[in-house]
Design a binder for this molecule. Sequence first.
Ligand code: NAP
Ligand code: ZN
Length: 352
Amino acid sequence: MYNSKAYSVASATSPFAHTTITRRDPTEQDVQIEILFCGICHSDLHQARNEWKDVMPTVYPCIPGHEIVGRVTKVGAAVTKFKPGDIAAVGCMVDSDGTCPECRAGLEQFCSNFTLTYNFPDKHLGGVTYGGYSDSIVVDQRFVLRVPANLNLAGAAPLLCAGITTYSPMRHWGVTKGKKVGVVGLGGLGHMGVKFAHAFGAHVVVFTTSPSKKDDAFRLGADEVVISRNADEMQKHAGSFDFILDAVAAEHDINAFINLLGRDGNLTMVGAPDKPLPVAVFGLIFKRRSFSGSPIGSIAETQEMLDFCGQHNITSDVEVIPIQKVDEAYERLIKSDVKYRFSIDMASLKSE
Ligand code: NAP
Ligand code: ZN
């Protein structure tokens, strides 16, 4: 075992503080990574503040972070995919059983025995896993991704969650040229959803509560922008969408968006508000619409997404911050004041 610097919270109401944790020495299949950048996902905030206590209660101290990009420092004897010096990335999962039908189908995100990057039982050291708000991490090579060389690393980090979480359902629901696609909520996930839907050739409509984001939405690839609090603007799109991706982190009226779907249209939730969202079933029955959810994506699909980003030069629009500003960043996330992802420069941890 060795020591690693990190930032943790001690309770749902505590600010972040510097701490020292232990990481395992790399075993045969492991890759040790010096973390260079880690994105801040709204899930980190939900988890750090125990907002998901009914589904995934938080174990403290909690060290979030699942949008990790870094440099390989050491590899185990059986590691073939990476060597020291390589740039590598880790997302939301660090392990799965590898034997269940989901894993055998290459869909680890549905494995009942997977291990998430933080706040999950740590099979190696006991306690819970600690995430990327840290200077180092050790991960089984099966869960380590390659980053195309042309991508800016601060902007590539958020691809590991915001990227794959929006890419995967769009692929699943057949977002292609000629489809009319809505993206609800222009935050970290939403802005990646806009970039992907645009790159896939769809007609993209952004729904935002923030009129100040309108110009950015067009720049990111939107063909139309709707201020979702304006009922008249919403009404113009009634019954017209093939697919809508909802990436809102808070309670909101989901029926207003379901009513915008056409026949057989689908609305997929990737946003994970802590409270239930009431659904008016007649909105589904008429026009045979469906309402579903989607978690991240598989490791193979995450690599496919990273390669797609390399080919199309897609990264997240980031505001790079030192780790000392993580509390401030969380407060800004709550106010929807992020353009469009915070990415922590882990060099800032060296001075602690
Ligand atoms: P974020 O950067 O904070 O973006 C959320 C956006 O939602 C805001 O920028 C805002 O966009 C909109 N919004 C916020 N409050 C709203 C309200 N009360 N009513 C309507 N719109 C509101 O968050 P994120 O990191 O993208 O994450 C979004 C959600 O996805 C979180 O709940 C997160 O936990 C979840 N998530 C799920 C997965 C998964 O696997 N399914 C993976 C990652 C994250 P506008 O200003 O444009 O309105
Ligand atoms: Zn995330």
